[in-house]
Design a protein around this ligand. Structure first.
Ligand SMILES: [Zn+2]
Length: 182
């Protein structure tokens, strides 16, 4: 049961939005047939509910980690935070100083290709529990050639949809990338 955020009346009217745009980690994503719009019969307030938001953030992070365009500083920071790693934890894992991680995240020093690859693999492995429907492509990541750092508009909008995913004998709604029909 949902409660209206404005008047606290119980809300029972909702519809699934065929398409809903949302910004996560600086990236625009489209949610297909997954977000819910609830509307309050009493006061008319409308709100969009994104089911399993933590799972969506993990799916967006994995999708970005498996996209062969070099990460910018803001993305490195978003991905590290999504992994719930302190800057020092990432620095220790990659055997660099915490100051170096800070310079990567401020775009004052580029991350090396090998460190970026290890970081991306850590994202895919570390977040797979939260987005189990996303297909891990670790083999591809090992040999992936990264194209140069992008400007804000280079990356195409990724589409995500909730899918029924069976895990431990139970079915859950999990996020997956929806590939555009060719
Ligand atoms: Zn209301």
């Amino acid at each position: 049961m949902n409660i209206c955020g404005k008047c606290e009346a119980p809300v029972s009217t909702w519809q699934r939005l065929s398409r809903h745009e949302h910004v996560i980690g600086g990236a625009r994503v489209e949610l297909m047939d997954s977000a819910l719009e609830v509307s309050c019969e009493k006061c008319g307030e409308r709100a969009v509910i994104i089911p399993n938001l933590l799972g969506l953030i993990a799916a967006v992070a994995i999708d970005r980690a498996q996209t062969p365009i070099k990460l910018n500083g803001r993305e490195i920071r978003f991905l590290r935070k999504t992994l719930e790693m302190a800057a020092k934890d990432l620095a220790d894992m990659l055997e660099v100083s915490a100051e170096t991680v800070s310079r990567w995240e401020c775009d004052r020093q580029p991350i090396s290709a090998n460190n970026e690859r290890i970081f991306r693999m850590k994202i895919v492995v570390g977040l797979s529990d939260r987005a189990p429907a996303m297909e891990p492509r670790l083999d591809e990541l090992m040999t992936m050639k990264l194209s140069p750092i992008r400007n804000e508009f280079d990356l195409s909008v990724s589409r995500f949809a909730l899918v029924r995913f069976k895990k431990d004998g139970k079915k859950h709604d999990q996020w997956d990338t929806e590939l555009l029909a060719a």
